[in-house]
Design a protein around this ligand. Structure first.
Ligand code: NAD
Length: 283
């Protein structure tokens, strides 16, 4: 099967980015969300992102227009009935994802693959909500999607080799690098990244050093482009807490316990850059 048409469900920061990179690679894309104004906001974000690339000389005006012409918007899930692949990028809640996959399973053609961009939820459990678990797979894009090369391709327990190969080929077609990963809590990326961020938060909590000092050590000493606390603020502290809880619960191992300071910040509404305050303050 050649994947010619995709529906991206969820037009937030990840969904808009995924729709953009797919459309830029010549694929027809339907961008779907629950409300018209949210889809329009996603479309506008894509337009702006492409325009910036035109201004930097990285994209021609013609290619920008061609990309936009391959994109259409939707608030009716029924439009999934004509696609070869759905990439889900809605909020990180298992009940929302499973009920969406149940609906998509009824609407999408029999041959269609259903992929999730979840950053931590089990693909096997999402797949079990459908009657086609062999056609359900994880495509974990990194943020910001147009810039970051990696896509973790997560095989659920029942994902078929054929579906894995199709998604691997598609990932390459959209100029990303697929890396094969099995379905365990946090996959590879967040299983390694989040405990490091959590440990950096413990280092603040125990008064070992100030946030600026911790970030400086990791940038200058370990050559990380961004310190772990700055990165946590960018990801969102609520998301970091959610992923730590997923690791803690999934492995039943206390080495993944979220730092109490992380819980405290989230309870205070200090969610990082998006709320104006996290480990740092943002205007
Ligand atoms: P977001 O909040 O920016 O966007 C989520 C979108 O989903 C919203 O527009 C919302 O209206 C829509 N939505 C919610 N329920 C829906 C439904 N039933 N049907 C259709 N649309 C619905 O979130 P995001 O940061 O783009 O994250 C989306 C997914 O990507 C999550 O699973 C997240 O874990 C994952 N992810 C996020 C990042 C990141 O850095 N933000 C990185 C990798 C993966």
């Amino acid at each position: 099967m050649t994947i010619q048409k995709i529906m991206v469900v969820g037009a937030g920061q990840m969904g808009a980015g995924i729709a953009q990179v797919c459309a830029m690679s010549g694929i027809e894309v339907v961008l779907h969300d629950i409300k018209e104004e949210i889809v329009e906001k996603g479309m506008l974000a894509i337009d702006k992102q492409l325009q910036r690339q035109v201004e930097k000389g990285k994209l021609t005006k013609e290619l920008k227009e061609e990309t936009l012409s391959r994109l259409s918007s939707s608030t009716e899930l029924q439009k999934a009935s004509t696609v070869d692949l759905v990439i889900e990028a809605v909020i990180e809640k298992m009940d929302v994802k499973t009920s969406l996959f149940q609906e998509l399973d009824k609407i999408a053609p029999e041959h269609a693959i259903l992929a999730s961009n979840t950053s931590s939820l089990p693909i096997t459990e999402i797949a079990a909500a459908t009657s086609r678990p062999e056609k359900v797979i994880g495509m974990h894009f990194m943020n910001p999607v147009p810039v970051m090369k990696l896509v973790e391709v997560i095989r659920g327990l029942a994902t078929s080799d054929e579906v894995y190969e199709e998604i691997k080929a598609l990932t390459k077609k959209i100029n990303k690098v697929p890396v094969e990963v099995n379905d365990f809590p946090g996959f590879v990326s967040n299983r390694i990244l989040m405990p490091m961020i959590n440990e950096a938060i413990y280092t603040v909590y125990e008064g070992v050093a100030e946030p600026e000092a911790i970030d400086e050590v990791m940038k200058l000493g370990m050559n990380h482009p961004m310190g772990p606390l700055t990165l946590a603020d960018f990801i969102g502290l609520d998301t970091c807490l959610f992923i730590m809880e997923t690791l803690h619960e999934g492995f039943g191992d206390d080495k993944y316990r979220p730092c109490p300071l992380l819980r405290k910040y989230v309870k205070a509404g200090w969610l990082g850059k998006k709320s104006g305050r996290g480990f740092y303050r943002y205007e």
